[in-house]
Design a binder for this molecule. Structure first.
Ligand SMILES: N[C@@H](CCC(=O)N[C@@H](CS)C(=O)NCC(=O)O)C(=O)O
Length: 223
């Protein structure tokens, strides 16, 4: 049985959605990042990076880095619908799309959600968050162009893990107007959010994002 260290406010939900799509049995152990549980000695012994998620395989190996965990699961469980295999022509664009999200978009979102970590003076945190919000427009613009050209999904008519990952970030950013000028992204995300196996997961994300925004309004230094 897999053990997924994750829970609310974290991208462990992307892994949970892969598990849901593939009907993969697993146990979730909640790591409350607001309560700093990801920095506890017990959790650091499992993942010294102090980041969530961590997946423990049935063999007891600890895996980290969300796209790596997801690729591992899709390959191990033959989830061809989520990830084209190496002999399919879509494999290259699939990997490019997935790595683009993790290398270009996600670091900017770190600055958006945790601005206090990137400034020398606490009073600059709001400006850092606003700057990150503006910077996100660049990679989102690239994704928008790709989807306009080849959509509705990253791989045309074929849904994949890239779209699921994008939809997770879209759900986290829903309280902002960031997608107002990205109709192709909106369309892709709406299609993903409407998938029967994922609907309830996105409802959960929306609910905890409301709590998270309320926490951030009270304390900009959440985590
Ligand atoms: N590159 C890692 C990043 C993991 C990550 O930053 N997770 C967030 C939750 S979404 C986290 O652990 N935040 C707590 C912190 O940064 O202190 C991945 O893709 O899994």
């Amino acid at each position: 049985m897999y053990i997924l260290y994750g829970g609310p406010y974290t991208r462990a939900f992307i892994v949970e959605m892969v598990m849901a799509e593939g009907a993969i049995a697993h146990e979730v152990r909640v790591v409350d990042i607001v309560a700093q549980e990801h920095r506890s000695p017990d959790y650091l012994a499992i993942n010294p990076a102090g980041r969530v998620p961590t997946l423990i395989t049935p063999e007891g190996v600890a895996l980290y880095e969300t796209p790596a965990i997801n690729l591992y699961l899709t390959e191990r469980h033959g989830l061809r619908e989520l990830a084209p295999s190496a002999d399919e022509p879509e494999r290259g664009p699939f990997l490019s799309g997935l790595f683009y999200l993790s290398n270009e978009l996600e670091p900017i979102l770190k600055r958006y959600f945790y601005p206090h970590r990137y400034v020398l003076r606490p009073e600059d945190a709001t400006a850092m968050s606003q700057h990150a919000r503006m910077s996100a427009a660049e990679p989102l613009g690239v994704i928008e162009l790709r989807l306009m050209k080849a959509g509705p999904y990253h791989l045309g008519e074929r849904f994949s893990l890239v779209d699921l990952t994008l939809a997770y970030w879209a759900a986290c950013l829903e309280p902002t107007d960031i997608f107002d000028s990205c109709p192709a992204i909106r369309r892709c995300v709406d299609l993903v959010m409407g998938r029967p196996k994922l609907r309830s997961k996105f409802a959960e994300i929306r609910a905890w994002m409301q709590d998270y925004e309320a926490l951030r309004a009270r304390d900009k230094h959440v985590t």
